[in-house]
Ligand binder design. Structure first.
Ligand SMILES: Cc1ncc(COP(=O)(O)O)c(C=O)c1O
Length: 400
């Protein structure tokens, strides 16, 4: 009989020749457990998903309650389903006034697709400006606004009328004109290896969008739900987007995303033609119930409040001559090293010591640190010691 690992390689599609290959038995809190009885402290959170840790009891309870009521009942936006209604209502209550209309999707990429369509419909324009090194998902529209040609070249032709700006280049803001439907930007560029926009630049970008009637789409798919020490990262910049994208940490471990805008903008999906965006499973009731429970927990426990302290602890304990720089805000950090070989070696050494870390799509020389917000101070210090020891070993083996 074939093992699970053999079947994985046989029938489960992979998109690289070097999958992580960890055979997961279960996950709980800040830890993953494999079938061989090993326990791993999770510094990746399933790529910024498990903000409240794995299998949080309030999420499990909400899921179980919803399982007893109904699963899928119809396509999105037709029946009144209380998990959707209540989740949307809470999001609208905590977000700025203009972000009051929530369109639930299946994923982050679908939220990007919906937002790009919405911006084109509302403005009647076609040009989209995005940024070099950006990542907004892997479907065709999202790929069109991805700022890395390497991943796009094989899939052209993509969306026309897309141009790319350099982050923090104020002169290029002149490219935003009355022809521009939208500028799409991550509040912190994640897959670029964590690049934080300047506050001043962000304000000028907002002003230029206002002057030209261009919609500002902020992608908070990685930065959202407390990861940077605020519920949403745009609060650091003191500005508000026209369309907000959320997913990942939104569902407490269940798949869901959303694009959120004003009622006025969102209403443009209703006419000429009607059904401007259609999704069967978007806003699945079980995912909405889980997401609502997770958001209530984040708000009640103020899980984002201790995030700056935890960032400081990482920065204090991750001092090592081979770490060139630590970038990021809160628990969305990257350690800049010198080569992908070292990053790879260090992450496998860390895994052997029971610590999961990873790297980034557009920056292979940096390591990703994005633990659950529930990580304790003791666990942070333990993780830092494992990383430093792995760095020592990785560079020592260079000389052997
Ligand atoms: C900033 C950002 N936007 C969009 C996405 C796409 O989300 P999904 O993988 O749910 O489609 C991601 C995923 O990594 C992301 O990091």
């Amino acid at each position: 009989m074939l093992s699970q690992k053999q079947l994985f390689l046989l029938n489960t599609a992979q998109t690289s020749n070097s999958p992580r290959f960890l055979e997961i038995e279960r996950a709980e809190g800040n830890y993953l457990y494999d079938v061989d009885g090993n326990k791993y402290l999770d510094l990746v959170s399933g790529f910024a998903v498990s903000n409240i840790g794995h299998r949080h009891p309030v999420v499990l309870e909400a899921i179980k309650n919803q399982l007893d009521r109904y699963l899928h009942v119809t396509v999105y936006g037709e029946y009144v389903q209380s998990p959707q209604v209540n989740f949307a209502h809470l999001l609208a209550r905590i977000l700025p006034e203009n972000l009051s209309s929530v369109y639930f999707t299946n994923s982050g990429a679908e939220a990007t697709e919906g937002a790009l369509k919405l911006a084109k419909r509302y403005t009647g324009r076609t040009e989209i400006l995005s940024f070099h090194h950006s990542y907004h998902g892997s479907t065709h529209g999202a790929l069109s606004v991805m700022g890395n040609e390497y991943y796009k070249q094989a899939y052209r032709p993509l969306l026309p009328d897309v141009r790319f700006l350099d982050l923090n280049d104020e002169e290029q803001l002149e490219w935003i004109t009355e022809k521009t439907a939208a500028v799409i930007l991550e509040s912190i560029q994640g897959e670029a290896g964590i690049r934080v926009p300047d506050k001043n630049y962000f304000k000028k970008l907002r002003t230029k969008c206002d002057e030209t009637g261009t919609l500002l789409i902020l992608d908070e798919i990685q930065t959202g739900f407390g990861r940077t020490g605020k519920l949403f990262c745009f609060e650091h910049y003191d500005l508000v987007p026209d369309i907000l994208l959320i997913a990942k940490g939104m569902g407490g471990g269940m798949p869901i995303g959303a694009f959120i805008s004003s009622k006025k903008i969102m209403d443009s999906l209703k006419e000429n033609p009607i059904l401007g965006h259609i999704t069967t499973f978007g806003g699945h009731p079980v995912s909405c119930a889980a997401g609502l429970a997770s958001l209530k927990l984040i708000l009640e426990k103020k899980l984002f409040e201790n995030v700056p302290e935890k960032e400081t602890l990482f920065r204090t304990h991750l001092v090592h001559p081979k770490i060139k720089e630590i970038r990021g805000i809160g628990l969305m950090l990257s350690l800049q090293l010198d080569s992908f070989e070292h990053v790879e070696k260090i992450s496998s050494l860390c895994a052997k010591e029971g610590l999961i870390i990873d790297w980034f799509l557009h920056c292979e020389t940096a390591m990703r640190i994005a633990p659950p917000l529930t990580i304790s101070n003791k666990e942070i210090i333990l993780a830092c010691n494992i990383i430093k020891k792995a760095i020592d070993e990785a560079y020592k083996s260079d000389n052997n």
